[in-house]
Each structure stands twice: as C-alpha cells, then as structure tokens.
Design a protein around this ligand. Structure first.
Ligand code: NI
Ligand code: MN
Length: 224
C-alpha cells in the first residue's frame, strides 16, 4: 500500500513502503502548501524549471541527499547549485527500487528562476509497484495525450486546470478522456489570482464522462 498526498499547486508526495517521492516541491514560497517537513524524502522529480515547480527541490536535495531527477539541462543546473541530480531524456524509462518513471512531452516552456535555459518541459509517468500515475506538468491539451491511453494506460492522472499558463477546465476534461485514466486529480489552480478555477464545475463535467474526480486540499491524499 502506498499513499499519494497533495501538497498544493502541482506538488505531490508519494510514500511507498521504503521511499518518499516528492514531485514539483513548491512549498516554502507557497503559503497554501502543506507538507510535514519530517517526511522521508528519497527522490525528487521536477517537471520543468519554473519557480512554482522547481520550488525547494535544490535546498531539499542538499539537505536530505535525495536525488533530483529532471530533464538533462535542468538536472545539470541543479547539480551546479549543489544538488544531487539525475539527468533524464524524454521517453527513456528510468528504473528505481520502487518502480519506474518516464519523462514524456509537455507543451509549455522551461527556464529557471534566474532565466537559465532548462531544456524541454515534461510530464512524468510513474509506475509505482504497478500503479501508473501520470503527472501532466504545466501542459496544454495536445494529441500526445492520446498516446497515454493507447500505450501506457495510467490509473491516476494529475491534471492542471487553472488556465492562463496551462489547460483550463474544459480542455482538461478532454485531456482526461484522451489520457484514459480511471481517476483524475486536478492541480495548478487557485494558488494565486491568475489561475482561479471553479473546481466543482470541473468535477461535475468529468463525472458526466464517468471519470472519477478526486479533489484534494493540501495535506489530503489517497491510498493506492
Ligand atoms: Ni511552468
Ligand atoms: Mn506552473
């Protein structure tokens, strides 16, 4: 049994029997984020270089020695800042003791807070003890999502819905259908004014499509 806990914005924490996996750890700069600082952290994943995703990754890696896995250019940037980093390419399968991760396309942009080029932005497909969790990163609606349903068949999809920088609710409903996940958890909304979303509207639209929608407040999670 493992748990997937929402921290806030696009940040999640996955706890397996022996590992603690952080994704897009935007914590100390997000007043709405909730995360127990004593949690075990063994792995950190970052979808792209923007500050609301890179977040505390570098300082947490320095402190805990957890490895940051990110696209090659962003991983090199993290390593130059003293983090433990593991460079990934889009499409390669990365193996871990808890399963695997595969970086997949995200149509967005990627630079670090000091404007360093950070390679391609990504979404990430995790396979954790056989459960497939797809974190869409800061994605837009795009045809690549159909590949998820056709080839990878994720169980749970974490989708941005806040618009302005990513998909909005209506595009995310289409994305959810194209991805084919049984369960959808929305993210990247209501953190600040530009990305406000009516999340109950999202839930009712998705449930008309018979897709289970799980709305999590920061610190809430699910078992899988
Ligand atoms: Ni971004
Ligand atoms: Mn973002």
């Amino acid at each position: 049994m493992a748990t997937l806990t929402y921290i806030g914005h696009s940040a999640f924490y996955i706890k397996t029997e022996n590992n603690g996996i952080l994704i897009d750890p935007f914590i100390s700069q997000n007043p709405k984020a909730k995360f127990d600082e004593n949690s075990l952290i063994t792995d950190i994943f970052v979808t792209h270089g923007h500050g609301d995703h890179l977040g505390d990754a570098i300082s947490l890696s320095r402190k805990t020695k957890a490895q940051i896995t990110a696209v090659f250019e962003l991983a090199n940037y993290c390593a130059r800042q003293g983090a433990f980093a593991n460079g990934a390419g889009i499409g390669g399968k990365l193996k871990f003791s808890w399963g695997s991760a595969k970086f997949l396309p995200a149509f967005h942009s990627s630079s670090t807070p000091d404007d360093t080029y950070a390679g391609m932005p990504a979404s990430i497909l995790f396979d954790i003890d056989g459960t497939k969790i797809y974190h869409a990163g800061d994605n837009c609606l795009n045809q690549e999502m159909k590949t998820l349903a056709e080839v990878y068949k994720p169980d749970i999809a974490l989708l941005p819905v806040g618009s302005h920088f990513t998909m909005d609710i209506d595009d995310a409903v289409i994305a959810a259908k194209w991805i084919g996940a049984k369960k959808v958890i929305p993210m990247h909304y209501n953190t600040f004014g530009l990305i406000e979303a009516d999340i109950d509207d999202f839930k009712s639209k998705l449930e008309k499509e018979n897709i289970e929608t799980i709305i999590l407040n920061p610190s809430e999670g699910i078992e899988f």
